[in-house]
Design a binder for this molecule. Structure first.
Ligand code: ADP
Length: 351
């Protein structure tokens, strides 16, 4: 196991800066997820850690060692890709032992490492099969097995589950978590799927245009996003973002249909976030504001409801079933404390 230290890492492709002077310290044994929209530089950063992409400037340390100039094979890392990259003509056993044979390890040691990895991953009975005779999930396990047998200092995962169907992805997600709990190998996991990041990672690093927008424990990012960008990236369904303004100690929302205590916010324009689960549809004439139901989406365990307050959309979700039909008037309620307040110009958190 080892720490990974990214120091002033920069990557230019021609005149295009893809990673801009990025610093990140990953602890020994930590599982870090890199998330962000497509094109923000996640894969490029991971490939730089792997040694598959040269740095334009800066340094990468694994443990105490500066590996910036080292070839991938000399970095003691193992990478798992979304395309499993298995050798089709080799058995599962040979796929898993290939790298160890290249290193001239003793056959007894190789067998031991492969058998142990196969046991951890539930692949023992498939060791003599070819990849074509395995399911997608089993192939992905073989790809992970190939990484495990090498006992690397660091695992690098590049969207490893995105080729799997939704159900299998959830199963494999749990397998990767259990694997990490068993091996405690420092791991960097790239995904565009924030649910994967939330459920798997010790820490999420949200990237935006080649820079770190915010980094923290999953629920801290969920509860205290620093910016509108993070607020809307983390959490499903997406946080509602409303235009608001403070005048004379009152916070006005929904084009003035609602005014509440500004609780110390200075006068000016704001963006106000509220998570759908914090908006409640309430009975009778209770609640803060009146809305119209646009769409009800029952999912069994919870119901998503799209409402409009005047012309302004507001999403709610909750475990209560919603009997009201589209077009019906409803009362909506939420706590002032559940609001996330951002500066309208900088889109950064103010409260
Ligand atoms: P992500 O993994 O977040 O989707 P990438 O790291 O793949 O993002 O890409 C980041 C940016 O770098 C994109 O704009 C992409 O077009 C660009 N890029 C990636 N690889 C190359 C390359 N080899 N040559 C030129 N541009 C590249």
């Amino acid at each position: 196991m080892a720490t990974v230290s990214l120091q002033g890492v920069r990557k230019d492709f021609g005149s295009h800066t893809v990673i801009a002077d990025l610093d990140l310290e990953i602890c020994d044994g930590e599982f870090v997820a890199l998330v962000g929209p497509s094109g923000c530089g996640k894969s490029t950063l991971l490939r730089m850690i792997a040694g598959l992409e040269e740095l334009t400037s800066g340094a990468i340390l694994i443990g105490d060692e500066d590996v910036s100039e080292k070839l991938p094979k000399d970095r003691d890392i193992a990478m798992v890709f979304q395309s499993y990259a298995l050798y089709p003509h080799m058995s599962v056993r040979d796929n898993m032992s290939f790298a160890l044979k290249l290193r001239n390890q003793a056959p007894g040691q190789i067998d031991e490492a492969v058998n142990r990895a196969a046991e951890i991953l539930g692949l023992t009975e498939y060791l003599e099969r070819r990849p074509k005779d395995l399911s997608g999930g089993q192939r992905q396990r073989v790809a992970m097995g190939r990484a495990i047998v090498r006992s690397p200092k660091v695992f690098l995962f590049d969207e490893p589950l995105s080729n799997l169907d939704a159900k299998l992805r959830i199963t494999m997600r749990a397998e990767v978590i259990k694997l990490h709990q068993a091996l405690k190998t420092t791991s960097v996991y790239v995904t565009h799927d924030q649910v994967e990041a939330m459920t798997m990672a010790d820490r999420i690093v949200v990237m935006r245009a080649g820079q770190i927008e915010q980094s923290g424990r999953p629920l801290d990012l969920y509860d205290y996003p620093n910016s509108v960008f993070v607020a809307q990236f983390i959490g499903t369904p997406t946080m509602n973002i409303l235009e608001g303004e403070v005048r004379d100690g009152r916070l006005n929302l929904f084009d003035g249909a609602l005014a509440m205590d500004a609780q110390g916010l200075p006068d000016g324009d704001l963006l106000v976030g509220i998570r759908p689960e914090h908006v409640k549809i309430v009975a009778g004439d209770q609640g803060l504001v009146e809305g119209t139901i646009e769409l009800v989406e029952p999912m069994g365990n919870e119901t998503m409801t799209s409402c409009k307050i005047g012309q302004i959309p507001l999403q709610t979700c909750g475990t209560d079933r919603v009997a009201a039909r589209p077009g019906a008037s409803v009362r909506l309620d939420f706590d002032r404390e559940s609001l996330h307040v951002f500066d309208a110009r900088t889109e950064m958190r103010v409260q």
